[in-house]
Ligand binder design. Structure first.
Ligand code: GLC
Ligand code: MG
Length: 427
């Protein structure tokens, strides 16, 4: 099912998007970027990232393009009615799941019966899917309508599930569908393959997430900003479940809190490093090295670290004196020239919405002390996003323990991302 991992995932993190992974009230995406750095530094290589959203493929795409979301390994969309492995060219829908959902389901009958309720306002066409019929309805009327509708559909021979979310959205799905059922289906598949994740954590904020928390053996985080209907469900159904945390932190910060609370692995984001000079963690890995470098690079250009020659000296000792950066434009630049240019660009993005993050980082050890690291490097400046596919050759330093030397770096623009103003693209 997933070709990237040979064995069981150390952690499978299943997260809702809107108001869980993504905080729409935070323009700077602070906690999402903190999560990203943590995931790429410590989890990407041996864990699975799963997004589980109410959005359809059509409405997921703009969110994916707008927010600094990482690339998930698996995406569960349309409230657990569609499961998709991989992304882009490698995208593979789970047809078995689609087929299973046809059981006692007839979309036309659902449409016919729901039309009889004038209080139900159909959602946009993009949200209507083969196994999902969605509406908006007022909170005060929701419960009554759900009861009557369920009865009428049962009378017509259908097995449905009706879910109310965020105090406004009503979804009608096949009974076997939903975020929880889709996850159970995935876990069963993993089990058959002998690849059950060591730990699974689910994260959500609203009604359609509730069933994620009902799976046995999973940890759960209801983020600090969870909706009333989810908290209400928890109070009545799961209060004694020690594996569920109602975080005090909002959105992705709540996810980090949950990882820490259940001791599932590191939960201090490399983004929270204050002093790059002193920063010494116990983890010595190429992934952490790369994540840390780009955070420094970002903070340097935002003038959030001190303008100290010592920092540039450090870089000169980390980047090999004969090393070359193959710029995405195709130009070859000696590392020392890039560092000189970077020194001059101190603070050039100060006060801007300027962020960098890496995605899908993989590293292959190609010698006793050498790694080839590959990742997508993103840069966001105000509303413009750029991305390059980057490979770096790095080597551990024999003389200085816990230190890497960067030997070579090569970047290629991702389709459609070549920029006119390329001289300010460094590393
Ligand atoms: C998302 C979907 C919407 C659905 C809601 C609740 O917002 O876009 O169609 O009704 O989640 O599940
Ligand atoms: Mg949500």
């Amino acid at each position: 099912m997933d070709s990237r991992l040979n064995g069981s995932a150390r952690l499978m993190l299943v997260s809702d998007l809107d108001y869980t992974m993504v905080d729409h009230d935070d323009r700077g995406n602070t906690s999402l970027l903190r999560f990203n750095a943590l995931w790429e530094a410590y989890y990407r290589h041996d864990s699975l990232l799963v997004f589980s959203t109410g959005r359809s493929p059509l409405s997921y795409k703009p969110l994916r393009n707008e927010k600094p979301l990482l690339t998930p390994d698996i995406t569960i969309m349309s409230v657990g009615t569609e499961i998709i492995y991989g992304e882009g060219d490698a995208m593979l829908p789970d047809d078995g799941w689609q087929h299973y959902l046809n059981h006692n389901w007839d979309r036309n009958i659902v449409v016919e019966e729901t039309t009889k309720f004038p209080q139900l306002t159909p959602q946009a066409e993009a949200e209507q899917r083969p196994h999902k019929v969605s509406f908006y309805v007022d909170k005060v009327e929701a419960t009554e309508i759900m009861n009557v509708l369920a009865e009428r559909l049962a009378k017509r021979g259908l097995d449905v599930k009706i879910i109310y979310s965020s105090g406004i959205a009503l979804d009608v799905l096949p009974k076997g569908a939903g975020k929880g059922q889709a996850l159970a289906y995935l876990l069963k598949k993993f089990k058959i393959d002998g690849k059950l994740p060591c730990n699974t954590i689910v994260c959500g904020d609203s009604g359609n997430d509730a069933e994620l928390f009902t799976l046995p053996e999973v940890y759960g985080v209801m983020v600090g900003n969870a909706q009333e209907e989810l908290l209400h469900w928890y109070a009545h159904n799961a209060k004694s479940n020690r594996r569920i945390l109602h975080a005090t932190e909002r959105c992705a910060a709540g996810i980090l809190q949950g990882i820490g609370n259940f001791h599932l692995g590191p939960n201090v984001s490399p983004r929270d490093i204050k002093d790059f000079q002193k920063c010494k963690v116990n983890i010595f890995s190429p992934a952490y090295e790369v994540v840390k470098f780009y955070l420094f690079y970002e903070k340097w250009r935002r003038a959030e670290v001190e303008k100290s020659e010592q920092y540039m000296q450090n870089l000169r000792s980390i980047f090999h004196s004969l090393g070359v950066f193959v710029h995405p434009s195709g130009m070859e630049l000696p590392f020392h020239q890039c560092i000189d240019a970077m020194a001059r660009l101190y603070g050039d993005r100060q006060g801007n919405q300027f962020w960098t993050w890496v995605d899908q980082l993989t590293s292959a050890q190609i010698g006793s002390d050498t790694w080839l690291v590959k990742f997508y490097k993103w840069e966001l400046n105000e509303n413009e996003r750029q991305c390059t596919l980057t490979t770096v050759l790095i080597k551990s330093q024999v003389e200085v323990p816990d230190t890497f030397t960067w030997l070579h770096m090569h970047q290629t623009w991702l389709d459609g991302f070549a920029i006119a103003n390329a001289e300010r693209w460094l590393f």
